[in-house]
Design a protein around this ligand. Structure first.
Ligand code: MLT
Length: 331
């Protein structure tokens, strides 16, 4: 019989080993900001399957959707400290920890899904991966392509900036997005993602923006009526991994992680192209009214690019960086 005085320290040591930051785990934990069913979920499930297959089932990933492991921005901190292995979240929620990724959130820089692919899978993307490891202690190992963020609200069809006046719009805690709405003449309400559904439901805020697929996965159609296709930001949602945990893995496991990340990224791009239009139609069928901005979005584009781009040149690493990105996109 083991005495309690001997057993207790043994149990304490065992639990410390299990929870030690950076410990080599056979089962990893992945936080997912959105509810199951959208682009984040597709990336996560595709990654989990191919990672497990590649390690002959030795490693597996448990998925925790709907912000169960904390708000998206908190998961970056937790992963940096090695307390969480993986997180799928919107890039705009990584920017506060690694400002150069802000180039992907600058309004109207990315104008198509192809642009999003070019930036994330080319030299620009590689530099942003390196910067994020350096600045935030997390490694981007895959990307979900979630489509353009469109504006939703519960009050009225919005087609002009004049229509926007007076609406209380939730935005992520992201300076670029806050400034964008300011350039459009309103002061938005910065709020964490995990609080957004309730705030919309309780009418604390009138609206928010996110892609069709996210709106649908989060059931925002139950609390929002109108959509405006502002297409100001293409939502990129990286799969990040704690760099500490990554470095603690054997080379073959690291390799499996990187390959599974690439495969999940490919899958995500296909998923977007195959499902976005259907999900838009479903939202309309469920009663959402979808309108385009008047005047081909001209006034929105002009205000945002003139006021916001120069303001963030410094934080994204200089005007040259933005010029290089535009050049990579053939503009
Ligand atoms: C946000 O609006 O905070 C995020 O973009 C939401 C998401 O991760 O889907």
């Amino acid at each position: 019989k083991i005495r309690k005085s001997v057993l207790m320290p043994m149990l304490a040591a065992a639990s410390l080993m299990l929870s030690a930051p950076g410990a080599i785990a056979a089962t990893f934990k992945m936080a997912i900001g959105d509810a199951a069913g959208g682009t984040q979920w597709e990336l996560a499930t595709s990654f989990a399957k191919s990672f497990s297959d590649k390690t002959g089932g030795k490693h597996k990933v448990d998925l925790f959707p709907n912000g169960q492991l904390g708000d998206e921005q908190d998961t970056v901190n937790n992963a940096a400290m090695g307390l969480l292995d993986f997180s799928v979240l919107a890039i705009n929620n990584v920017t506060p920890f690694s400002p150069t990724v802000g180039v992907l959130t600058l309004p109207y820089v990315i104008q198509s899904a192809e642009d999003a692919k070019t930036l994330t899978q080319g030299a620009v993307g590689q530099e942003l991966v390196d910067n994020t490891i350096r600045d935030a202690g997390v490694r981007i190992v895959g990307w979900a392509y979630s489509g353009f963020r469109v504006l939703t609200n519960s009050k009225r069809p919005v087609t002009t900036l004049a229509d926007l006046k007076g609406l209380v719009i939730r935005v992520p805690k992201n300076e670029i997005m806050i400034s964008t709405y300011q350039s459009w003449g309103i002061n938005p309400t910065p709020m964490s993602w995990s609080e957004t559904f309730t705030a919309l439901q309780q009418r604390v805020v009138d609206g928010q923006d996110n892609p069709y697929i996210t709106i649908s996965a989060m059931k925002f159609n139950e609390v929002q009526k109108y959509i405006t296709n502002i297409r100001y930001i293409f939502s990129l949602e990286p799969l990040i991994m704690s760099e500490q945990v990554f470095q603690a893995q054997k080379p073959d496991v690291q390799q499996a992680i990187l390959e599974a990340g690439r495969e999940a990224t490919e899958h995500s791009f296909k998923y977007l192209l195959e499902t976005e239009e259907q999900i838009r139609a479903d939202l309309a069928a469920k009663g959402m009214e979808i309108v385009d901005p008047a005047d081909g979005e001209k006034e929105w584009i002009e205000k945002a690019t003139t006021a916001v781009w120069p303001k963030f040149h410094k934080s994204i690493g200089g005007k040259d960086k933005l010029d290089a990105v535009l050049k990579a996109l053939g503009r």
